[in-house]
Design a protein around this ligand. Sequence first.
Ligand code: IFM
Length: 404
Amino acid sequence: MSMPFLWGAATSAHQVEGANEANDWYDWETAAGSPCVEPCGSACDHLHRYPSDIALLADLGLNSYRFSIEWSRIEPEPGRFSRRWLEHYRAMTERCRRCGLEPIVTFHHFTNPRWIDSWEDPDTAKRFERFAAVVAEALGEQIAAAITINEPNMPALLGYEEGLFPPGKRDRGARMRASEVFIDAHRRATATLRQAIPGTPVGLALAMADWQALPGGEDERDEIRRLREDIFLAATLGDDFVGVNTYTRHRIGPQGWLGNEPGVELTAAGYEFWPNALEGTLRRAAELTSGRPLIVTESGIATDDDQRRVAYIDGAIDAMRRVQSDGIDVRGFFYWSALDNFEWHHGFSQRFGLIGVDRATQRRTVKPSALHLGAIAKAAQFSPNTLRSSADDAEPPPAERRAS
Ligand code: IFM
């Protein structure tokens, strides 16, 4: 199985679907004293509007759509799997294919069924593996590439050490235990997916930043990066690809994070406009994984000035092309996000979308930046890069799992 260079946009279930009420985030958003500025509610109603949203992305000229499966819909109670919701996500993959988009499916993007106790519990990895097996069996050959877990480093940090995500802990030990269980879940799910859908590339998506040490800050920088990124990159050994999610850079001095540099433009998310961060993260991901294929699984900007989004996209793609021209193997670029959506505890005010969403009417507006990315994708459509799975190298070679 191989596929062309992927030009796409990404979303996650809880951030766009709406009416997600059986997961830990719903409880977190609606709890008294929650750090969330507002609940997710009907979000972008992507649950019902995905057919037209997918058509919009295809019309732009993109060739792929990255979205996630909501575990709490599929398995509302331990071991009880919903046929109806498996069919829903299969219909999404089919809709992508009919529109000419490769469906890139994320199995876990921050949310957990309410009945999952904790990512500190080693059994959570086994439960996730069982869920992944059920989804793989139902969606099977429809999935173009599988991402086991999106940014396990962020719920480990924000949920177990910084108290901003559920379960709201503030404990370095809990973060490290959760990180280990996420890594185990990734390894287990990868093995399971390899068996269930042998022609489909499988990988992990990691939140990475360009960590820049100022003189004397090297040791501090290395330690931050070790816990946030390196232990997860090490866990991708043998994967078909590594997904790199990058938004900005961080400057580190001997005492830690130095904050934004005065005079540097900030995005609406409050951090530096620094699209070139992608150059540093792609180089580092390639270096630490011995040249494994990379996909930019997220890069984007929160802004109300769409011209800055265009500039960000150009900067990030230039950064990607520079590393490619040095021989680093990058197989795709996904802008975050397809739609203005629910930015977790920050609510809906940080607008990352290529497509605007009026939350009162759910009316969609295609922004100039969306047309811009689509034009880049169309111009590049004859790129020779292809993405292969480990099964492609097996002897004897397996049959192609799908046409196109
Ligand atoms: O919205 C998030 C996404 O869920 C994970 N990666 C970063 C994005 C922007 O903050």
